[in-house]
Design a protein around this ligand. Sequence first.
Ligand SMILES: NC(=O)CC[C@H](N)C(=O)O
Length: 305
Amino acid sequence: MTDYAAILETIYADVQPLLVQGKVASYIPQLSEVDAAQFGMAVYCLDGRTYSVGAAGQKFSLQSVTKLFSLALAFSLEGDAIWSRVGREPSGSAFNSLVQLEYEQGKPRNPFINAGALVMTDILSSRSTASDTAILQFAREICDRQDIEFDLAVAQSEHGTAHRNYAIAHLMKDFGNLHNSVETVIDSYCRQCSITMTCTELAKAGSFLANHGTIPWSERQVLDASSSKRLNALMLTCGTYDAAGEFAYRVGLPAKSGVGGGILALVPGEMAIAVWSPGLDETGNSLAGTYALERFTSLTVRSIF
Ligand SMILES: NC(=O)CC[C@H](N)C(=O)O
């Protein structure tokens, strides 16, 4: 049997030299204050076994990892109707790029770039006046913890410098692909991105996606198996933005990253893995986190390929 505890210890030692190489996200002032040289990793196996190392119990800002929650929720509520508003192709551009939107009539390439996530928030805002609360409730359910919260200081900090996201939202509004007000959608999106979890909590939160859409401990089906498979496919092709090809090559797992330095990766049918290290590479993905996942799939000989 694979000794996951020993493998995590090996990875923890291996990543140490990398912890000083990444750069924390600086365009969200609160995130720029986080110490880059931190690292945590947790594994949640579908049978309930958990393993962790380093700062796996430390809360961090999920940021774009929450795009997974808003997509899963919108997809579970609206089904294939969401695809009339957002595409399913990798963008090959930065997560906050505006260029394709103009050429492509305000329809974002996929739900994991900022434009696509804003459309998911818009869809959820049309169903509920408090879409941010709906996403928070969903996050609480999938990691089985009622004390998961927004970090309102981070949300406010992002809101104050959200010029690009405003620009993206206004452009989509002009194309008719935003049904609620720009202010409503940006407000909700900034709060959603500020949700904090630990690696241990995040690995558990991702387990339904490794389990064909069903939460392992409650057996509630969030997504049917086919929808869960599709969401995994989007994670592989679009979950790490313009680095998705390189990430698939190096790691070989569906994953979703965020500029807080977190990455959630899935081994379908087996486990969810969360890693956090706030130092980012130039594409906005955790530098040590990506390396740790690469080591994990090499050492465990687990990947989808
Ligand atoms: N890649 C990310 O994590 C980006 C999330 C961040 N809240 C933003 O909109 O810019």
